[in-house]
Design a protein around this ligand. Structure first.
Ligand code: FES
Length: 254
């Protein structure tokens, strides 16, 4: 390990495996990293989408991907690793073709999220954090995805599946295993997790507008308010800030 690589104090927590030397990163990948970096006034702001690009190519955050990001951005591999190991959307181990997330935060838990997660794990024969032997599915327990009005929710490749039940989960997983086209009720037709990662890197696949912009449960309050003629009270006048007062005084002096 070079002096710039990040050494975790928690070696069992799933850090980046620096023994893993396999890589599919090519010159074309590095060129795409440069394209992403060029979109930002501060190149290092591009690190998050660049890591998604690494995942789309490697199926995980690989040591080679970390080094490529560091080189393009002119930062250390420790800085890249620090980001890649902080956010849960970055995987340190290879996932499946379809990455399944089940929300078990408060509202989804109340509506059966834990039961749903157990059912999905049982059906796939794996535990959370694992990938099926054939590489088709991986599964993860996820935190609130801001879709509580559709609880309990599952995600596949970051697309929502709302108001889930164990029976609906069975049906969804069977369709994906059979290679049948599956459409998210509020999103696009599913691709693979890697293809979805490429979109998150900033390379659109043209499917962004396939689904509705908001579901009925999210807009119900707005519809009721319109029907009843309700509206928010007018905002109070803004309170002057010290900066406003200083600039007023300067204007007066001139
Ligand atoms: S608690 Fe599951 S989406 Fe909010």
């Amino acid at each position: 390990m070079s002096g710039h690589e990040f050494e975790s104090w928690f070696p069992d927590s799933g850090g980046i495996d620096y023994e893993d030397t396999a890589t599919a990163i090519t010159d074309a990948t590095v060129e795409e990293m440069r394209q992403i970096a060029a979109r930002y006034p501060q190149p290092r702001s591009a690190l998050l989408p660049m890591l998604h690009l690494v995942q789309s190519v490697e199926g995980r955050i690989s040591p080679a991907g970390v080094r490529a990001c560091a080189e393009v951005l002119g930062i250390t591999t420790a800085q890249v690793s620090g980001v890649a190991t902080f956010y849960t959307m970055y995987r340190r181990r290879p996932g499946g073709r379809h990455h399944v997330g089940v929300c078990t935060t408060a509202l989804c838990a109340v509506m059966g999220g834990d039961h749903l997660l157990d059912r999905v794990c049982d059906k796939l024969g794996i535990h959370e954090g694992e990938t099926t032997a054939d590489g088709t599915f991986s599964i993860e327990r996820i935190e609130c995805n801001a879709a509580c009005d559709f609880a309990p929710v599952m995600m596949v490749n970051w697309e929502f599946f709302d108001n889930m039940t164990p029976a609906k989960a069975d049906e969804l997983l069977d369709a994906l295993a059979a290679g049948t086209a599956v459409k998210s009720p509020r999103g696009a037709t599913l691709t693979s997790w890697r293809e979805a990662e490429r979109v998150l890197a900033g390379f659109p696949d043209g499917r962004a507008d396939e689904g509705p912009t908001a579901g009925e449960a999210s807009t119900l309050g707005l519809r009721v308010a319109r029907e009843k003629g309700w509206r928010a009270p007018d905002a109070p006048p803004p309170v002057p800030t010290p900066t406003d007062e200083a600039s007023d005084n300067q204007g007066g002096a001139a």
